[in-house]
Design a protein. Structure first.
Length: 341
């Protein structure tokens, strides 16, 4: 008889929700550092008190459960009989680290409460099954939607084996994407630029078309926020037009210069999925962006609007009618609209 319980027959207490919400909070400490692994947090509770916390901090480092157990040991707490709140089903396979199920069993954890099951083919319920077979009480589904939102790129990649595509575009007060005036420059605030760099840090790859490289010669790196890993830069350039001295071809960071004609972007996204690219940020010009929109390949569209008015504007229209949700926020002095499906 299984002692695993599902969300459908569970009534969660305020205390349980609070512990899992804290696990989701500590999971955020690994953002930008663990890809292609997902963000995961763990909180250990014994006799109603939190005795330790852990998160997946960097690729190849301890997983959240392992870090929490180590944290408890360092603090002198006995983990035998503790409850583990984990945002993702514990793994039961050897990868860059040993299985988390073994760590939980070794630590004498008596109960595991899981927010979200792991869709990774290497796991998919096996972690829970192993724990149940060992006599540990396992409950699933606590704050599952919140965990799903936190791990959306990972879940999307596991299901589709291709990246979650985010488009980011900045426009002036009248909808212009560029200013052809000779003295034109960046037209968004420093605070907004920092947010863009945070977004880059959260992505596995950044894609632009050849025109962007020819006009701007960008580096497309994360510079204004701390990161241990730079995203892969991708340039779509089927006619091999970009200059060999372009910055993205000559620094120490990785670039994929795609000279092939993919005859549609589907095959390119499949290729990136095979490379474990889970979130792709498209920062190209309107031509590149519209190619993605026309082929219905954009999962998230971030529209950043400045109060600046371009002298020689480049106006364009983006068809966002297929998106069903829109949230509005501010990045510095800019108004930001985020469209999702």
């Amino acid at each position: 008889m299984s002692n695993a319980q599902s969300a459908g027959i569970m009534t969660w207490s305020a205390e349980q929700c609070g512990h899992m919400r804290r696990a989701l909070e500590v999971a955020e400490k690994g953002r930008g550092q663990v890809r292609p692994n997902p963000l995961v947090g763990c909180v250990l509770v014994k006799d109603g008190e939190v005795i330790a916390e852990g998160w997946h901090d960097h690729l190849g480092g301890l997983h959240a459960e392992q870090m929490a157990i180590h944290d408890a040991e360092e603090k002198g707490h006995n983990t035998n009989g503790a409850i583990a709140y984990v945002t993702l089903e514990p793994c039961n396979h050897f990868g860059r680290t040993p299985p988390c199920t073994e760590a939980l069993l070794w630590a004498g954890i008596s109960e595991v409460i899981v927010a979200h099951g792991d869709p990774n083919p290497l796991v998919r319920g096996n972690g829970v099954a192993v724990l149940v077979e060992a006599g540990i009480t396992v409950s699933s589904g606590l704050l599952e939607q919140e965990a799903s939102e936190q791990m959306r790129e990972f879940l999307h990649w596991c299901e589709n084996r291709r990246p979650y595509v985010t488009v980011k575009v900045a426009i002036d007060a009248n909808g212009s994407v560029d200013d052809l005036a000779e003295d034109s420059g960046r037209f968004t605030s420093t605070e907004c630029l920092e947010k863009v760099h945070e977004l880059r840090r959260d992505c596995c790859a950044i894609l632009v078309g050849a025109n962007t490289v020819i006009r701007d010669n960008p580096t497309l790196t994360v510079r204004l926020v701390e990161t241990e890993r730079q995203p892969l830069r991708i340039v779509i350039d089927p006619n091999n037009r970009i200059h060999p001295d372009s910055k993205i071809l000559n620094d120490e960071f990785s670039t994929r210069h795609l000279k092939d004609d993919f005859r549609g972007l589907d095959s390119m996204l499949d290729m990136l999925g095979d490379l474990e690219i889970q979130r792709l940020m498209v920062e190209g010009g309107p031509t590149t962006i519209n190619h993605f929109l026309e082929q219905n390949l954009v999962d998230e569209f971030i529209l950043v609007q400045s109060s600046v008015v371009h002298t020689r504007p480049v106006n364009t229209d983006f068809d966002l009618s297929s998106f069903t949700n829109m949230e509005q926020t501010n990045w510095g002095s800019e108004v930001v609209k985020v469209f999702t499906r």
